[in-house]
Ligand binder design. Sequence first.
Ligand code: SRM
Ligand code: SF4
Length: 522
Amino acid sequence: MTTATEKKIKLNKIEKAKAAKDGLDIKDELENFSKIGWEAVDKTDLELRLKWFGIFYRPVTPGKFMLRLRIPSGIVNSQQMNVLAEIVQRYGDDGSADITTRQNIQLRGVRLEDIPEIFRKLKTSGLTSVQSGMDNVRNLTGSPVVGIDPDELVDTREIVQKLQDMITNNGEGNYAFSNLPRKFNIAVEGARDNSIHAEINDIAFVPAYKEGVLGFNVLVGGYLSAQRCAEAVPMNAWVPANDDVVELSRAILTVYTQNGLTEGLRESRAKARLMWLIDKWGMDKFRTEIEREFGKPLATAAPKDEITQDKKDHLGIHSQKQEGYSYVGLHVPMGRLSAETMFELARLAEVYGESEIRLTVEQNAIIPHIANENVEAFLGEPLLEKFTINPSTLTRSVISCTGARYCNFAIIETKQRALKFAQELDEELDIPNRVRIHWTGCPNSCGQAQAGDIGLLGTKVRKDGKPVEGVRVYTGGKVGKDAKLGSLLEKGIACDDLKPLLRNLLIEEFGAKLKEGVVIEP
Ligand code: SRM
Ligand code: SF4
């Protein structure tokens, strides 16, 4: 075997750690970690390898871990939600959960000593957190209204579940894909509104007809990062809506991981995402290599895809394709859940629906399958005062990454600030249409600043000679049909000075008007 040294490849630090011991190798040590306590765990196991099981050491809250689940297409049942709520409840004020920008759930406050028991409970309820962090395939996204959307083209649930089972070896961990050169995002869209943000996924399957058969065109290489943001590009491939989606994903992951070393992807973390391989090879060679691994000829792309709608946010009451039933989208401020609200979501899904809750990439929740005659009673439930169905314009669409409260990469606090700005500007302005403001605490862009109508990305700026929390401002991000990334408008403004800038932007670019009686001091 040719070693990295022979080829004079300088592995980066993370690659060296993975080569020494795969993240999945600590599976049998978790029980022991729980006994010896987090302070005694080897530093690399603690800060790195635990992430292969979705367990994130948080330097901001040492000893209180974050646990990232996998919730394919954001579909969770009430029994599972109750299990997650119980875990969070155990940690009192430290316990909470977040709905993430990949329609996933992360739990906060988790103690290492409880992990074996938590994992037993997750397994029994059909959940897993395996390979949800670091150089693995992240939560698989899909339409949050899959199977219930009257405009749906493909019901992708079975495909997405099979994809997750292939990637994670049915939740047991899969060494074939546990040492990718970098993180990897896959999305499978069955609706017309590009609810998955196809353009920012390493692989995105978007619905398209080929010779009258419904399947998917394939986009590859999309990602956001501190160094580079790239929109996914067409691979000139089409697959039918069946197991070929799983097999093509397997082929792409295999080619990516097996060529990582020789093609330089394991040298610099900043140049390791799939797009770098595509750049290096060119699309023709990339496609040929994938086709070889796929084991049969790939059909060329359908001439057009079926993404014909603007992106929906799914809030409010909507008719389902099942006659007589509705789904109701609830606004979860900043995606943050407490044990109490999680129990309530589970209860409402049981009482009014079919024990199912859906999560969205806008960090909100949907309760589907409510008989139309029960919708009114549902709307009267106390939880709907907190998680409303029609929040004011900016509050409705604001999303945010974790930020400084828990994330050590954060340059600024995000969630509280995002909500406050949205609420205050909603008080001042009448805004005719939705404006999606995306906050992200650092250039990693977990809050997808470049996808927002307005994107705010945390940075440090100088004010009165001192460094203070600020943001870079992006505008022009478009989602849904003809999605595109936004561009930089302002390279640094102190958060304290941001409100007038946002107000002016909303007035000049988004048709907002000052509400009657509102006077702004110059
Ligand atoms: Fe992210 C790293 C949170 C979606 C790009 N992301 C992190 C870490 C793990 C850093 C850390 O160890 O502290 C953050 C954990 C903070 C915490 O305690 O919650 C973190 N990312 C998040 C979440 C929770 C943001 C949110 O509040 O919703 C999202 C979890 C998704 C999930 O369920 O798996 C999240 N991250 C994203 C997205 C958006 C997306 O996938 O649509 C992106 C941009 C898209 C992409 O990846 O191409 C994103 N996160 C990053 C990056 C930059 C990746 C790169 O190639 O450079 C990092 C840093 C890294 O990987 O080195 C990062
Ligand atoms: Fe943390 Fe930065 Fe991601 Fe926000 S964007 S969660 S601050 S890594």
